[in-house]
Design a protein around this ligand. Sequence first.
Ligand SMILES: *Cc1c(COP(=O)(O)O)cnc(C)c1O
Ligand SMILES: [Zn+2]
Length: 425
Amino acid sequence: MDEKYLLRCLQCGSTFPDAFTNSCSHGHYSLIRTEYRKKQIETGPGSGMFRFSDWLPVEGTLPVDSGPVTFRSSELARELGLTRLFIGFSGYWPEKNANVLTCSFKELEAYPTLLRFKERKPGSAIVVASAGNTARAFAQVSALTKIPVVLIVPESSRDRIWTMVPLDTAYLVTVRGDYSDAIAFSQAFSGAGSLVPEGGAKNVARRDGMGTVMLDAAITIGRMPDHYFQAVGSGTGGIAAWEAGIRLLGDGRFGTRLPRLHLSQNLPFTPMVSAFRENRREFIPEKDMPAAKEAIAEVYSDVLTNRNPPYGIVGGTYDALSATRGRMYAIPNEAARSAGKLFTDLEGIDLDPAAAVAAASLISACEEGVVGKDATILLNITGGGYKRVQEDYSQYPVEVAASAGAGDSPESFVRDCRKWVNANA
Ligand SMILES: *Cc1c(COP(=O)(O)O)cnc(C)c1O
Ligand SMILES: [Zn+2]
């Protein structure tokens, strides 16, 4: 093949070229996956995430120094009695050369997603529904690249949508309701003329962008880790880590075994833990997410509260866990808070609540004796440095273009938004 990559449906095996394609043309309930021509990765120059562009579904690169960093823990490792604990950090932490200024690994998804979108779908705008971290990441990347975005978030997330440079290429809609209400409202925008849904976990650029955490770790450590710990809401990061592992296996220089996935959710909302415990691919809502609304309101980390995660879909979280002999953890708020505090005291940076959940899952695995003390472990700290970034930079809140009630009819909102896209895209 001459293309840098092709897309393959994991159900029927057919391949196709990329036209910002996010699903199989035969309509299969399956993720599609990138297959890169280059089987051995060569990292490019600089410290940003585009040094991994061999395995990103984009033709060009962006000149950014935002990217994952990996370092070996000494303090937390000692506390837990581990000898080879590595931290993958996506956030702001200047001493570690970590320059993800919107402070979560959603920024690693946003760069390749917007660049792929611009390359494959010029003249339109991408629609992103988010609980907050994703919208902020896309806002920031839009501000830097001038690629227009439409962002739809719950009103309660409004304060989380800021950028590090002024932004005039985003259309922000707030919805009075929770994350699921924002997603439902966004559906009317998707596919309306020049408005294109970003695709979430189905978008290969999002997964391969997140997968750079695993690539950075394997290249820094010199091999793949034995264990990978991450907190999940959709599980996309876990799927991405698995897929990156498959590529590294094919590369041949980073070991012969896939990292085991240890994925965690935050009690009392833990649908994937509940389903996976019974080795079930399908959710039983009464059992796996009873009283969902109330449960979601109680968790410490609300970015982990996706009600429709890509769990059972072919190539999704269930398959990622099964293929890696994975485990899942249900973490109480209290355990997450104290793990976050321990991490901050020992390592010296503030954490996103989701990263605190992941840290708690590692503590739990150590207590249960699930990981050997000399195993090579990667703890994915998916967000952090919010306090630190505020000390060093000013932030610009993103202006709201429209505000809707969860039950409002979206038509007039879509019409106004389309006008904005036609004037700006
Ligand atoms: C979104 C998010 C997660 C969960 O990511 P998945 O998509 O479920 O893999 C974890 N941590 C942070 C900081 C996040 O923003
Ligand atoms: Zn197919």
